[in-house]
Design a protein around this ligand. Structure first.
Ligand SMILES: CC(=O)SCCNC(=O)CCNC(=O)[C@H](O)C(C)(C)COP(=O)(O)OP(=O)(O)OC[C@H]1O[C@@H](n2cnc3c(N)ncnc32)[C@H](O)[C@@H]1OP(=O)(O)O
Ligand SMILES: CC(C)C(=O)C(=O)O
Length: 578
């Protein structure tokens, strides 16, 4: 392993940042139109840039790096379009990047003419590696590049006298720069600019390439903040990349170390593995009760514009914005989420407290629909959640396990996810209003004058033949059950019963869930749905009986088909059951 070497630790005594918290959002600057754009295989055209710019303004960014106007005509023209068409709101500063080279600085200043607010961002690389390989210059010569560029800007200030200008300097490749040297260059630039005379300036400390663990980056930021001579006169900014996949963590720790400002992009687009993702950073703050200072209430729209303008794709697992990040397929997650959501429904004002969902998807324009999706990893809670949330069906708790197993086995067989309509269809087909053999034909209910008992008078159809059913009980359900027991010579009872109304007004339907039990303890569920509550109950009982695979419906020897005379009865004459 001699090809690579470990990144050195920072010699920082009594570091403070681990004790700090992020209690307010930083000053945000988006670099989508510059660092993001320069990393695209097909950079945005002017219309796409305008669309992105308008989105960034809508989201509430007050500093927007719009490009590198001295680099190409399209970059220059885009800035001119924004300025000449008054597209930059008064409270927004456009930021432009330039290398520390006179002719590029002159062209940059030229491009800014007439703008109300601007950040002029000057950079040169300071790392040991770039000094040695790219510039072939020593430390003093590299510092001079920064100072000459700063002086070039100062010399041109008169050209921008009507612009509120903030000067920004980046020691590019800061994370590869010795800290003593980085602070020496920054101090020299600050002294030359002299914020007391020319207004506040920004020192932007980039992790141009992310080279270390985030704690080391935080140490570097705290070290710089402690050692800069005129820290109070400058805004400390972070510009992090994600080479090690820890750009968000590094930025968060950098903020804990005292930085004031963050540059990043939507969904982390940018060179190589990207810039830090501002949306993730901001929503991480939001999830901790910190106002992120950006309008993120419609992430799907932000994502759509981002994808259309950059031609990049937001990964399904991308924090907050990915298709699957508020979705649970696995049973135990679904169970916990549906229980948490039920508590939220009871008290919508309560603090957000749902397992597996760090924030309420609705806060950022994501819907609840996709929270629980069903495949062979799913369990009863998830299936019940889908049936309730999408179809209003409140499945009794003791019925949920078998529905879960039923749906799970279908998904297992198909080897794929089931849509909510497939789940509903499978549920209906298995449980609801079954009339495979036995169906309700007609009925009437009456109440005994003295006893208060209910009498069921009606008929059922068994495989095309209609048989009268007469029964009495303490309510319609038991009256019907007793009538069926007499007709089929059975001894069944209703073991569980739940009912709900679905819909509203004249379209209201009753759903009855009934578990029918035989004398030997075997039981089976059925569901009835009807606009008539009693019909729903009777149908639920018949659905259960129809589901009872081993049941043979043999009518009592004395039963007579409706319309036939007793003598002409042709019933099978055998008592039958499972
Ligand atoms: C980390 C970042 O993202 S930084 C931003 C990177 N983005 C871009 O570079 C996109 C836009 N850039 C460009 O289009 C071009 O680089 C231009 C138009 C700005 C300049 O093009 P060129 O003049 O051809 O120069 P090029 O960029 O190749 O740089 C070469 C020279 O500039 C020097 N240089 C590079 N960066 C800087 C800098 N920030 N400050 C001063 N000199 C610099 C190099 O040392 C090199 O010098 P040399 O010719 O003496 O060896
Ligand atoms: C110009 C600088 C800030 C940059 O883009 C980087 O270091 O990544």
């Amino acid at each position: 392993m001699s090809k690579y070497k470990a990144y050195p630790q920072v010699n920082l005594h009594e570091r403070q940042w681990p004790n700090n918290r992020i209690t307010r959002h930083p000053l945000w600057c988006t670099v989508d139109l510059r660092d993001g754009n320069q990393a695209l295989a097909q950079p945005m055209n002017i219309q796409e840039k305008e669309r992105m710019f308008n989105l960034l303004v809508e989201m509430g960014f007050k500093q927007i790096e719009i490009g590198f106007p001295s680099a190409s005509q399209i970059e220059y023209d885009f800035l001119r379009t924004l300025i000449d068409n008054n597209m930059v709101p008064d409270d927004v500063a456009v930021q432009v990047l330039t290398q520390s080279r006179k002719h590029l600085i002159e062209r940059t200043v030229q491009s800014l003419k007439g703008v109300k607010r601007a950040v002029l961002h000057l950079y040169n690389s300071t790392s040991e590696q770039q000094r040695r390989i790219t510039f072939r210059k020593n430390k003093e010569e590299i510092k001079q590049i920064a100072l000459e560029g700063t002086q070039n800007v100062i010399d041109l200030l008169d050209e921008l006298e009507n612009t509120e200008l903030i000067f920004q300097y980046s020691p590019e490749s800061f994370t590869g720069t010795e800290l003593e040297y980085a602070v020496e260059v920054c101090d020299a630039v600050i002294d030359l600019w002299d914020p007391a005379k020319r207004g506040k300036m920004i020192i932007n400390l980039p992790a141009t390439v992310e080279l270390s663990t985030p704690n080391i980056f935080a140490d570097q930021i705290e070290w710089m903040i402690r050692h800069l001579k005129r820290r109070d006169e400058v805004i400390i900014s972070l510009h992090t990349h994600n080479d090690r996949g820890t750009g968000v963590a590094a930025t968060e720790l950098g903020l804990m170390a005292g930085a004031d400002r963050v540059e990043g992009t939507l969904f982390g687009n940018g060179e190589r593995t990207g810039n830090v993702d501002i949306i993730t950073l901001a929503l991480n703050m939001y999830s901790q009760g910190v106002d992120p200072g950006l309008d993120l209430h419609n992430i799907p729209r932000i994502r759509r514009i981002y994808e259309e303008t950059t031609r990049m794709h937001v990964h399904e697992r991308h924090p907050y914005g990915g298709d699957l990040v508020f979705t649970a397929f696995s049973g135990s997650h679904q169970d916990a989420i549906s229980k948490g959501m039920a508590l939220v429904d009871k008290d919508p004002q309560s603090r957000w407290d749902v397992p597996y969902l760090p924030i309420d998807p609705q806060d950022i324009g994501r819907s609840y629909e996709a929270i629980i999706r069903i495949n062979s990893q799913s369990g009863k809670g998830g299936v019940a959640y889908v049936l309730e949330n999408e179809y209003g069906l409140k499945i009794p708790r003791s019925l949920q396990p078998e529905i879960g197993t039923h749906i799970n086995s279908i998904s297992d067989q198909l080897v794929r996810e089931l849509s909510s309509s497939e789940i509903k269809h499978a549920f209906d087909r298995e449980y609801v209003n079954r009339r495979d053999k036995l169906a309700l034909a007609e009925y009437a209910l009456s109440r005994g004058h003295h006893s208060g008992d209910v009498n069921f008078h009606g008929s059922v159809e068994l495989e095309g033949t209609e048989y009268p059913v007469e029964g009495t009980g303490n309510g319609p359900i038991s009256a019907f059950m007793n009538g069926l027991n007499a007709l089929f010579d059975l001894q069944m009872s209703v073991a569980e019963y739940e009912e709900q109304a679905i819909g509203a007004g004249s379209a209201t339907e009753a759903a009855a869930y009934i578990r029918v039990e035989a004398r030997d303890g075997h039981s089976i569920w059925g569901v009835g749905r009807d606009t008539d509550t009693s019909a729903a109950q009777f149908t639920a009982i018949l659905s259960a009986m129809n589901r009872w695979k081993s049941m043979e419906f043999r009518v009592h020897p004395h039963a007579v088909p409706a319309g036939a005379t007793a003598a002409g009865s042709s019933s099978s004459g055998e008592a039958g059951r499972e």
